[in-house]
Design a protein around this ligand. Structure first.
Ligand code: XIL
Length: 373
């Protein structure tokens, strides 16, 4: 165990690209089960440790064993999204989402709901069916149906996902999404009010990406996000939490600090909780092809990011977007196929053989160094 001061020093050095090899692999053979698990370490600090799960993963013994051992919070990677869960205007497909919720209940885990309103993964029927006249009914029917089915079983719902896109050029920075085109900015309030009505106990979350690092782009988007949260709160919209997706990249010089702190402080002063909802580290830009070296760099990013992101007690949960490098969405994205087709990504706490990666130990250390909630 290293002291907090030593840890912060290492974190600072890692941020300058130095000292990438120490501490992440601290005691790599130490026990990682039971009291050594992520959820046990998180629990000691009053945090939840979670990850995204796809329906297919639940048929894999190795996956479910590690999942139940390590985590106390799950989120469906796709199963609760609009397209997958409402594939036809009048029929829903609940099997995958039901299976995840049942798994979580069996293992005494909490569940995040993801998501009701997003510009992506809308069903194929949406474009030809939704109009300015019926969009509100489509949205409220969808939310009432899905949120009511899992009522009382969801820790938090991502009601709206990724509503900001500064480069769309609007003064309110809202993304020109199908929902905005059909309903105007009111779609947000409608969605939150409907979700509150359907499942009053779920914490209603606004989830966003590209708001983590110190770059100008992220700073602009952070400011727009805080403005949106302020507007919603001022209008009395039921909103309980900010989700910071936390898709970060290694090898691009990303740094984390003042901006991220101000975002979390800002959310806190609006009375919101904060969740780190989709943490992973894209390693495509890492020049070093040596796997062990690359893993240390990825772990360094976990440490750099979390040493700032977990400082504030308003942050109550950290989830990675996936659990093992065997199943990560990053291997499917276009930029990866173009840039590193021959080098699979290694963004998650467990490697493709389900062994804890340096990122696991970096995450666990960061939990240990977070102030107690
Ligand atoms: C991703 C899933 O991981 C993929 O399987 C799917 O093809 C596309 O969506 N931000 C989000 C998540 O909020 O819903 C996205 O999940 C990743 C980016």
């Amino acid at each position: 165990m290293i002291t907090r001061r030593e840890y912060l020093k290492q974190t600072a050095l890692a941020g300058c690209g130095l000292a990438l090899t120490r501490a992440t692999a601290a005691e790599p053979n130490a026990q990682i089960e039971g009291r050594g698990s992520l959820k046990a370490h998180a629990h000691k600090r009053g945090l939840l440790a979670g990850c995204a799960v796809s329906a297919a993963n639940l048929h894999e013994d190795a996956f479910t064993r590690v999942l139940a051992e390590q985590y106390d919070l799950v989120v469906a990677e796709n199963a609760m999204k609009f397209g997958p869960i409402q594939p036809k205007p009048d029929s829903y497909f609940f099997d995958d989402a039901d299976a995840l919720v049942a798994f979580a209940e069996r293992h005494k885990m909490k569940v995040r709901g993801h998501n009701f309103v997003w510009h992506e993964q809308l069903p194929a029927w949406f474009a030809g069916t939704a109009t300015k006249e019926n969009a509100r009914k489509i949205l409220t029917d969808h939310i009432m149906t899905v949120a009511s089915r899992y009522k009382g079983k969801i820790q938090s719902w991502d009601v709206v996902n990724e509503a900001i896109n500064v480069s769309d050029g609007r003064s309110d920075s809202l993304r020109k999404s199908p929902w905005l085109e059909l309903m105007g900015p009111e779609y947000l309030a409608v969605a939150y009010r409907t979700a509150r009505q359907a499942d009053p106990k779920a914490k209603l979350t606004y989830n966003e990406y590209g708001i983590e690092n110190e770059s100008e782009d992220d700073a602009r988007k952070r400011a727009a996000t805080l403005e949106l949260l302020k507007r919603l709160k001022a209008a009395g919209v039921p909103l309980d939490a900010l989700g910071i997706q936390s898709h970060i990249s290694a090898g691009k010089g990303q740094t984390f600090g003042k901006g991220l702190r101000e975002l979390i402080d800002g959310a806190q002063s609006l009375g919101l909780e904060v969740y780190l909802t989709e943490l992973d580290v894209n390693d495509d830009a890492v020049e070093n092809n040596d796997i062990a070296a690359c893993d240390q760099i990825v772990a360094g990013m976990y440490r750099d990011y979390l040493s700032v992101a977990l400082e504030n007690k308003a942050v109550k949960a950290v989830l990675t977007w996936g659990m093992t490098d065997a199943h990560t969405w990053l291997n499917g994205i276009k930029s990866h196929k173009e840039k590193q087709p021959n080098r699979p990504q290694r963004p998650l706490p467990f490697d493709a053989e389900y062994k804890p990666a340096p990122a696991f130990f970096a995450l666990r250390d960061a939990l240990d160094h977070a102030p107690r909630r």
